[in-house]
Design a protein around this ligand. Sequence first.
Ligand code: FE
Length: 263
Amino acid sequence: MNLSKDETGKTRLMIRIASHRGGTLEYGDSTPRGFAATAAMPLEEVEFDVHPTADGAIIVHHDPTLEGTTDRMGAIAALTLAEVKAATIHYSAGGHPLTLIELCALYASSRVDFRCEIKPGADGLAYPGFVPKVIDLLARHGLLERTTFSSFLLASLDDLAAATDRPRLWLVSPPVLKQVGVHGVIELCRAHGVPEIGVHIDTADATLAATVQAAGIDFGCWAAHTPAQIDKALALGVKVFTTDRPTLAIARRIAFRQKEITA
Ligand code: FE
């Protein structure tokens, strides 16, 4: 439970906002300007995804390949750092993919914490030996103690647990939630020692949140991009939600708090 003092000095539940990929719908997908803007925002987390290059660098990018969101092609893991850096991200005002080292430098003096998603490669499988390298880099650049990790892959969450005691959460996709159900999800959390999950906002409801929380597992949401989705996350009282529209989410959270105060 995240409690904080509100504008009136009253202690209230703090619903955390995570700027997804640096605010994709406001700044482009995983762009330098989006990450720079997020670093100065009154929110709690910046969400980003990481991939290794062929020559050992770590890149902050959503897809395992470049073609979806840049003017270049290829799998990041098969390219050199120089080749990835040559890509220009669409809708980025000319920005190129950041390295994780560059992202650490951007956030060194920011109050916004890291939410680092461990992504699979283009084959859908975890990159072998990748997690300890990410953790080592974050530790060397002073950001590990400000990082929460996330992944859709239980294998990557296991790798994280073996390498760090930093918080980690399981991103439960709609098909997985549908297939195993809430009780299956809770069982898997227990089997893997996972203390928190995030579900797609459209699959969240009060019963699901209460069932998960009653099992001692923290509950959050992802992909809250529209005003209705953001307001739903706020009304559910989730621990944290990710959004492609961080500026909008901040405004909605202020309005939500004002309504609570005057209610
Ligand atoms: Fe992500």
